[in-house]
Design a protein around this ligand. Structure first.
Ligand SMILES: [Zn+2]
Length: 109
């Protein structure tokens, strides 16, 4: 399995992020990647922030089965790690992704 193509188009209509399941609103730039898996070509769409966060936490080599590592596997520690390294990325992730919001805010006591 390998990444064939990665582009950053602007959404012409609403999409669902492959990583977090939240919507990518019309007009927002997102990551579109095409992955070759044997004979199949799969295309995944995701928030730029989800994609960058996944790469930061899991690294590129962890992508499998044509899927992005789902953000809902993230732990609070992972978000903290992002927060410490790239605070602006975490801010964007919290804007884009409901799941990230739940993980980040839901466990603040
Ligand atoms: Zn997302």
């Amino acid at each position: 399995m390998r990444l064939v193509k990665e582009t950053k188009p602007v959404a012409r209509k609403r999409h669902i992020c492959s990583s977090c399941g939240s919507s990518i609103p019309e007009g927002q730039q997102y990551i579109r990647h095409t992955i070759a898996d044997g004979a199949c070509l799969e295309t995944a769409k995701s928030h730029e922030s989800c994609f960058e966060a996944s790469q930061l936490i899991y690294g590129m080599g962890s992508m499998c089965e044509g899927e992005l590592p789902p953000i809902d596997n993230f732990q609070e520690e992972d978000l903290l790690y992002i927060h410490n390294r790239q605070p602006s990325l975490l801010n964007q992730l919290l804007k884009d992704s409901n799941i990230a919001q739940q993980i980040w805010y839901g466990r603040v006591e």
